[in-house]
Design a protein around this ligand. Structure first.
Ligand code: SF4
Length: 360
C-alpha cells in the first residue's frame, strides 16, 4: 500500500470561500415524466441536437441520453463525442466547465446547458486572476491544470490533464526536469506527487463531494463488510485513498466494479455513478462510502449539488428556448485549446485512450 506524507504545510495559497448550494434534485410526478421525455425527444430531432451527460447527473438524464443516441461519460469524452457527432447543437448535462470544454473543442457548434449556474467547487476555488498571479510568481514552473477548471484558467496553462492521464503526463514532465505548478485539486495534486516524485507546488482547492469521504467511518464500514472491495476517486483525501483496492477516474472505477473479483463494493465517489456502475456490474452490491460521522459536515452527502441542478424540465426548457448557451471569448477559447490539444496529442502518441477513461 502506498504511504502518503502530509502536504498541508506545502499549500501556497488559502482556500477560497464560496457558497455550496443545497443539493436539490428535480421532483417530477410519474404522470409528468413520460410526456416530458417525449417532448425532449421531439425537440432533439427538431433542433438537430444531442445530449451529452456526465456520470454524476440524474439517472433519468443518463437514460434519456442513451435512448436518444447521445452519450454518458466523463468531461473530455463528452467533448470528444460532441466533436465527432454531426449534431449542430450539443446539450451538455453536467457542470459549466464541461460545457466550456465542449465549446472550446467545438467552436462552430451551439452548446446549451440545462443550468448555467451549475458549476464546480474546483472551478470556484480557482479564480482566474488569482491563479494567473500565482503563475506569475512561479515563472520557472510548468503550469498543469485539471480539466475541472474554467476556460480562463486553462488559457493560462501549459497542460490540461485528466485524472487518468495526470500521473503519466507529470511523470513525463518530471523526467524532463520540469518543475510543476499544479491546480486546483490539492488531493489529486498530492496523489500525483506521491506517484511521480515530481517537484510540485499545489493550489489549495478541493471537490466538495470527494473531500467529504471519511477515513475512520470507512474503516468501520469495511469491518462490517470484510468481503467488500473499496473503490476510490483520487480527489478524495489521502487517508481514504490509502484504504482503496482500486483508485481511479470515474470510468476506471466502473471498469473495476465490473472486473474485480468481488460481489460487493464500497464506492467513494459521487453516487450518480451508481446508475452506470450497476449496469456494468449487474448482480454486484454497491455501497455508498460514508460522508457522515464525527467531524463530518456533509456539505454534499455524496452527491454534487451542482450536478443535481440538471433535470429533465430544465433540459426541455433550454432546448425549447435556446437558453443557457455557452459563449466564450474567442481569444480565451483559442488559448485554452492549446493545452487541451497537448493532452490529446500526448495520449494519442502513447497509444492511450484519453477518452472514455478519465475524470469527474
Ligand atoms: S463532483 Fe466535485 S469535481 Fe465534480 S463537478 Fe461536483 S464539485 Fe466539481
Amino acid at each position: 500500500m502506498i504511504s502518503f506524507s502530509p502536504i498541508r504545510e506545502r499549500y501556497p495559497v488559502e482556500t477560497r470561500s464560496y457558497e455550496v448550494p443545497e443539493t436539490v434534485t428535480e421532483q417530477l410526478e410519474p404522470e409528468e415524466r413520460a410526456p416530458l421525455v417525449e417532448k425532449i425527444k421531439c425537440l432533439l430531432r427538431d433542433r438537430k441536437a444531442v445530449i451529452v451527460a456526465h456520470y454524476y447527473t440524474d439517472s433519468a438524464l443518463q437514460q434519456l441520453a442513451d435512448e436518444t443516441g447521445g452519450h454518458v461519460s466523463d468531461s473530455l469524452d463528452m467533448a470528444r463525442f460532441g466533436y465527432e457527432h454531426p449534431a449542430s447543437t450539443l446539450v451538455v448535462a453536467g457542470v459549466r466547465f464541461m460545457g466550456e470544454t465542449a465549446k472550446i473543442l467545438n467552436p462552430e457548434k451551439r452548446v446549451l446547458m440545462p443550468d448555467l449556474e451549475a458549476t464546480c467547487s474546483l472551478d470556484l476555488g480557482c479564480p482566474a486572476e488569482e491563479f494567473s498571479a500565482f503563475c506569475d510568481s512561479h515563472p520557472d514552473r510548468t503550469v498543469v491544470v485539471y480539466a475541472n477548471t474554467s476556460a480562463r484558467v486553462k488559457a493560462r496553462a501549459d497542460w490540461v490533464v485528466t485524472s487518468s492521464s495526470a500521473v503519466d503526463i507529470v511523470a513525463h514532465l518530471a523526467a524532463r526536469r520540469e518543475k510543476i505548478l499544479w491546480a486546483p485539486d490539492k488531493y489529486l495534486g498530492g496523489y500525483i506527487r506521491e506517484h511521480t516524485g515530481a517537484d510540485m507546488v499545489l493550489w489549495n482547492a478541493a471537490c466538495v463531494v470527494h473531500e467529504e469521504f471519511k477515513a475512520l467511518e470507512l474503516e468501520a464500514l469495511r469491518r462490517q463488510h470484510p468481503d467488500a472491495k473499496v473503490l476510490v476517486h483520487p480527489e478524495s483525501p489521502a487517508s481514504v485513498v490509502a484504504q482503496a483496492d482500486a483508485v481511479g477516474s470515474t470510468s476506471a472505477l466502473i471498469k473495476a466494479a465490473r472486473e474485480l473479483d468481488a460481489s460487493k463494493f464500497i464506492v467513494a465517489t459521487d453516487k450518480g455513478i451508481f446508475y452506470k456502475m450497476q449496469q456494468a456490474a449487474p448482480g454486484k452490491q454497491l455501497i455508498e462510502a460514508p460522508t457522515a460521522g464525527r467531524s463530518a459536515t456533509c456539505k454534499s452527502c455524496g452527491h454534487c449539488p451542482w450536478m443535481a441542478m440538471n433535470g429533465l424540465g430544465k433540459l426541455a426548457a433550454c432546448l425549447e428556448n435556446g437558453d443557457n448557451e455557452i459563449l466564450l471569448d474567442p481569444q480565451i477559447a483559442a488559448r485554452a485549446r492549446v493545452p487541451i490539444m497537448r493532452l490529446l496529442d500526448f495520449t494519442k502518441a502513447r497509444g492511450q485512450a484519453v477518452f472514455g477513461t478519465n475524470d469527474a
